[in-house]
Ligand binder design. Structure first.
Ligand SMILES: [Zn+2]
Length: 157
């Protein structure tokens, strides 16, 4: 039984990308529900866009969205299967602060060396994270390029 959610507003070009990536409306709704319930949401100060993620099983879904009246406008969504190992963040060698801000902690995200796992392999990669609650931020580029390549490489081994 799918929980009755708010209406999703998705432009045709965004919808086409979602279909190509095999991301369904239920997956998006799951992320939105989780974000609303937990307050685990990032906000971009310039655009006001919100970003949240959720891992219902083995795939992690990310959704960038906005509130539009009683509905949600979906700007992008992407996914990765690489698992985020929470709680192992280390300071990155390179310092970088993002505009994206953790709403829960009111802290801007900073580059950190975080641990990811896929098919029994663990790696450390530099990815933005909240310096307070340690939640990490996977960009669309990281998910669809860097992580997708690594996933494929490990599957082909
Ligand atoms: Zn935080």
């Amino acid at each position: 039984m799918v929980k009755e959610g708010k209406r999703l507003l998705i432009d045709a070009d965004v919808q086409a990308v979602l279909e190509k990536r095999g991301i369904r409306e239920e997956d998006i709704q799951g992320v939105l529900d989780f974000g609303e319930e937990t307050g685990n949401v990032y906000i971009h100060p310039d655009t006001g866009h919100l970003l949240s993620y959720f891992t219902p099983a083995t795939t992690t879904y990310w959704v960038e969205f906005g509130r539009d009246g009683g509905a949600y406008r979906i700007y992008r969504a992407y996914s990765h299967r690489m698992e985020i190992l929470h709680g192992f963040n280390m300071p990155a060698k390179k310092q970088q602060t993002l505009d994206w801000t953790c709403m829960k902690c009111d802290r801007r995200l900073e580059l950190a060396t975080v641990k990811l796992k896929y098919m029994e392999e663990t790696f450390g990669v530099d990815i933005p994270a909240c310096p307070s609650c340690q939640r990490i931020f996977v960009s669309e580029e990281d998910a669809t390029q860097r992580m997708a390549q690594a996933e494929k490489m490990l599957e082909d081994k």
